[in-house]
Write a protein that binds this ligand. Structure first.
Ligand code: NAD
Length: 253
């Protein structure tokens, strides 16, 4: 049997029960990684387990300090941490409530601070011991990294913060065997995007509008994004750190 691109690597993914996180868990497992797929939704995780029994799952609310610390204490040291969890709050600055703002920052940004603080010491020790390299992958978005979009006040602010957090990590640990990169997808066909389309006043038009802003004329599939996760997790990206990796179908040409 030939080794996969991620053979020997232990990878933890948050929000891995659906959408981009789930596709990335499956792609990393196919490349030989030991994948720990975490999500707040136990039922969806069970379905993932049924499809890919080799993947270890754990229920994890990334907004809970206690749960994050407990999981970090229980698991072996990681090679790769993919902080994927995040949400979209709709609205301009005048429409965004303080509750939306706070929830968006807690789930989209502070969760990454929490996860990184809990798992980084183990990752650094493992990299030092093996002479290898750890990789943190933080989910940002094309929306905020280069291009602004209407009605994405809290979302754009959080995803820009993710990029700042990622660059600080990259700068602080570049000599310690750790890479950190932010992933910036265009619009991806996932359950949460389907929810946003369904809740629009005119769902048919809403879908057309999402597609229209993609120069390639289609939404991204989760399978368009997962290969970038595999690349950033693998030793193929050993010389890549502090970057915002756009996978956006040409939106930012
Ligand atoms: P999704 O929104 O369809 O699924 C999100 C998952 O997060 C669900 O499985 C849910 O149970 C889980 N989750 C929610 N709250 C959680 C919590 N507190 N702790 C742990 N898990 C929690 O997935 P998606 O659309 O693939 O989005 C994943 C990430 O990709 C997000 O950070 C999102 O902002 C980002 N992103 C998405 C798009 C897109 O168009 N879909 C584009 C760019 C970036």
């Amino acid at each position: 049997m030939t080794a996969g691109r991620l053979t020997g690597k232990t990878i933890l993914i948050t929000a891995a029960a659906q959408g981009i996180g789930r596709a990335s868990a499956l792609a990393c497992a196919r490349e030989g990684a030991s994948v720990i797929a975490t999500d707040i939704n136990a039922e969806l995780l069970e379905r993932l387990c049924a499809e890919a029994p080799g993947i270890r799952t754990a229920v994890l609310d990334v907004r809970s300090d206690a749960a994050v610390s407990a999981l970090a204490a229980e698991l072996p040291a990681l090679d790769v941490l993919f902080n994927c969890a995040g949400m979209v709050a709709n609205g301009s600055v005048l429409e965004c409530t303080e509750a939306d703002w706070d929830l968006s920052f807690d789930l989209n940004v502070k969760s990454m601070f929490r996860m990184t603080r809990a798992f980084l010491p183990g990752m650094l020790a493992k990299a030092a011991q093996s002479g290898g390299s750890g990789s943190v992958i933080n989910m940002a978005s094309m929306a905020s990294s280069i291009k602004g979009f209407a009605n994405r006040c809290a979302y754009g602010a959080t995803k820009a913060a993710v990029i700042g957090l990622t660059k600080s990590l990259a700068a602080d640990y570049v000599k310690a065997g750790l890479r950190a990169n932010a992933l910036c997808p265009g619009t991806v066909d996932t359950p949460s995007l389907r929810g946003r389309i369904a809740s629009a006043a005119d769902p048919v038009q809403a879908e057309k509008d999402f597609v229209a802003r993609q120069p390639m004329g289609r939404l991204a599939l989760v399978e368009d994004i997962a290969p970038m996760v595999v690349f950033l997790a693998s030793d193929e990206s050993l010389f890549v750190t502090g970057q915002t990796m756009l996978v956006d179908g040409g939106v930012t040409i």
